[in-house]
Design a protein around this ligand. Structure first.
Ligand code: ZN
Ligand code: ZN
Length: 414
């Protein structure tokens, strides 16, 4: 018995034509990011486990439940990256990029890994494109990053999305808010879901993120973090909102938007779409002014976002189509494969997409040409070999004729 394999649960192949759509989206992303001074960074797929535990937070869902962590043969605990910010910040510190003129801006694209229950738009290997900007603490930087996200979504063709923004304060004002939340939830603590009872002890802000209906009810009148911001955080937040107005970017202020990662400070934001149902957030980001220092670098403000490619591509799947072949070359007889290969090479060098018949009767080759959706078919038999001509058929207009081989490319330009 031969073995037959399937991809692992939660790990998906991306086939044509979807893969073409993905490539196009990644190209559009890099064009927008490059225009804002971002350059690509490629960081490893795996990092030491501690890097994520420290930065995302031991009590976060990602670290406590979802990481692909294992021992390598040298008994080092390593983890497949569940997100891109921590690895990029690690690289920034490791390579002393803080000595370069700020800001230093990077974008990345690639797979991330989280052990979750697979469902539509949520895979265990999923893909993100993201940006990270180091060394700019001014609210303009937050606005520029959000602008860039909107520009990319616009270029990608996403029309219906909602942008939520919030500020979660900093080390100075967040403890005050945390205390207010603890006091607010104390009388109903035992009614919270088990996860939230744990969050109540460890990080009560996360209760604001819970999807359990009873928790949603219980927090209906919870204090808003934006009422607890210190003067500096409030001014920063108001400036960010003002700049978004300047740029004509529409947003909703959402005081419940706390994000599930420990490293965020001040601005957080999320893009959601009603097209996605329950998994409706498809892009998210925020400021993380403490992370570089946490990794042993100098105090460095930073801000970034990531877009989930599965969810983005899912919204645009209708646009995925295989590109049309410009020409198909059918050939039969001694010496014709050489002529066909040379003709194809010449046309391809001129930028045409060309497919070959690869044997069989002329009739079956021409049937393939139709199936490939080629616009032109060229036919080379022994007669054409001798005369230096090729027959052509316009498969869309249903016309045909003969042309010297060297002029075949001209036909495709019409
Ligand atoms: Zn809950
Ligand atoms: Zn503050």
């Amino acid at each position: 018995m031969r073995a037959r394999y399937n991809a692992l649960k939660g790990f998906e192949d991306i086939l044509p034509p979807s893969s073409g759509l993905w490539k196009e989206l990644e190209d559009k992303a890099s064009r927008v990011f490059l225009s804002c001074g971002y350059n690509e960074i490629r960081v490893p797929i795996a990092e030491s486990t501690d890097l994520f535990a420290r930065s995302i937070g031991e009590t976060s869902d990602i670290v406590s439940k979802e990481m692909y962590t294992f021992m390598d043969k040298g008994c080092r605990s390593m983890t497949l990256r569940p997100e891109g910010t921590a690895p990029v910040a690690r690289a920034y510190v490791e390579h002393n990029l803080s000595i370069l003129p700020p800001p230093q801006k990077f974008y990345y694209a690639g797979p991330m890994f989280r052990y979750e229950r697979p469902q539509k738009g949520r895979q265990r290997q999923f893909h993100q494109v993201g940006v990270e900007c180091f060394g700019a603490g001014a609210p303009e930087a937050d606005a520029e990053v959000i602008y860039m996200l909107c520009r990319f979504l616009e270029a990608a063709g996403v029309r219906d999305f909602r942008l939520d923004v919030n500020s979660i304060g900093d080390d100075k004002c967040r403890p005050v808010f945390r205390q207010r939340l603890v006091e607010f939830f104390a009388p109903v603590k035992n009614e919270l879901c088990p996860d939230c009872q744990r969050r109540y002890e460890q990080n009560p802000l996360r209760i604001l993120d819970c999807k359990v209906p009873r928790c949603v009810e219980l927090r209906a009148n919870a204090p808003a973090i934006t009422d607890s911001l210190c003067d500096e955080c409030r001014a920063h937040y108001e400036n960010v909102l003002g700049f978004l107005d300047t740029l004509g970017i529409k947003y909703n202020k959402n005081p419940l938007l706390v994000r599930g990662l420990d490293y965020y400070t001040r601005t957080t934001f999320e893009a959601r779409s009603s097209l996605l149902g329950a998994q409706d957030a498809f892009a998210a980001g925020g400021r993380y002014d403490g992370l570089v220092e946490e990794f042993g670098g100098p105090s460095t403000p930073a801000v970034g976002f990531a877009v989930g490619m599965e969810r983005l591509a899912g919204m645009l799947e209708g646009n995925a189509a295989l590109p049309v072949m410009d020409a198909f070359i059918a050939y039969i007889g001694n010496g014709t494969p050489q002529r066909a290969l040379k003709l194809a090479a010449g046309l391809r060098e001129n930028g045409c997409r060309v497919e070959l018949g690869f044997g069989g009767s002329l009739k079956s080759q021409l049937r393939k040409a139709d199936k490939h959706g080629a616009r032109f078919a060229f036919i080379i038999g022994e007669e054409e070999l001798a005369s230096g001509m090729v027959k052509w058929k316009d498969l869309k207009q249903h016309t045909s004729g003969e042309t010297p081989e060297r002029d075949a490319g001209l036909l495709l330009k019409t």
